[in-house]
Design a protein around this ligand. Structure first.
Ligand SMILES: [Zn+2]
Length: 284
């Protein structure tokens, strides 16, 4: 995208990338969470110039199908494929079980489909830190296992998952309707404090980070902050990130709690742990 529309202050102003990157840093920080694709109005991001000389650019992970600004790429093709696949899973399966470790391995992602008959012990999941000795009380339910990458890609590409009543199993015995579990950052409803907050799967895209890479700021809204300092080194290493710019425009899904900060000025989304997060870094 050569241009992006900025909706800051309720006005629509079109910036060229050349003009936007010349703005003072304070203006850029103010405007960057209000950017849209000029054609399809999909939420957009700004990526600053990289330390190794990659130019600054605008982009969007949310171009609608057919938007001329949404240039085809292998990454977008994969996201679209995942969206189609997840829609099929929703119509076929009774329960979708999330394997958090599936997204965290660097090996090719292989997902299994299992018809689980009564009283058959479930084989222990690879790398799962559960006891592995439980027996599922699912009678003839069709269970499909999905990793976070497919789930995130399908949500970003507008699959039916966000509105679906399909049951999602996070941990054995803990099931939620998909539509009650997956929440875009823009729709996050904070509890009064961390204690009262119920964890959900929050998703969206990252606009930018602070200089220390301690906070992720979503593109989808400007009132949410995700502190990652506690797990920073693990997360940055897992997703192969060495500078903040690499996360500008990245898709993200995480399991966590949303609550107000003490001044009630900002919604905090606190990660559950370092495993229950997936980041779809831009491949370019
Ligand atoms: Zn677009």
């Amino acid at each position: 995208m050569i241009d992006a529309v900025c909706t800051y202050g309720g006005e629509r102003h079109t910036f060229s990338i050349l003009k936007f990157q010349m703005l003072p840093e304070t203006e850029i920080e103010k405007f960057r969470q209000f950017l849209q694709c000029p054609e399809c109005e999909g939420k957009a991001y700004y990526r600053k110039r990289s330390s190794d000389g990659k130019v600054a650019c605008f982009g969007s992970r949310y171009h609608v199908a057919g938007c001329d600004e949404g240039h085809p790429s292998t990454q977008r093709d994969r996201e679209t494929r995942h969206s189609v696949e997840v829609n099929k899973v929703i119509s076929d399966a009774d329960i979708i079980s999330i394997d958090f470790m599936l997204a965290n391995t660097k090996k090719p992602v292989i997902e299994e489909q299992a018809v689980v008959p009564t009283s058959t012990p479930t084989p222990p999941t690879k790398n799962a830190n559960t006891s592995g000795k439980h027996t599922r009380n699912i009678e003839q339910s069709k269970v499909k296992v999905l990793g976070l990458e497919k789930i995130l890609n399908s949500l970003m590409r507008g699959s039916d998952l966000a509105e679906s009543s399909t049951l999602i199993e996070l941990d054995t015995g803990y099931k939620f309707k998909a539509k009650n579990l997956f929440v875009n950052f823009a729709e996050a409803e904070p509890s009064a404090n961390a204690k009262e907050a119920k964890p959900k799967m929050y998703w969206g895209t990252i606009s930018h980070l602070d200089k220390e890479l301690d906070w992720l700021n979503p593109s989808d809204c400007n009132d949410v902050g995700i502190p990652i300092s506690k797990y920073k080194s693990i997360i940055l290493e897992r997703f192969n990130v060495s500078e903040g710019r690499q996360l500008e425009g990245a898709g993200i899904i995480l399991f966590g709690k949303c609550f107000w900060n003490s001044k009630k000025t900002r919604k905090i989304i606190e990660l559950w742990n370092s495993d229950r997060i997936f980041i779809s870094v831009l491949e370019d």
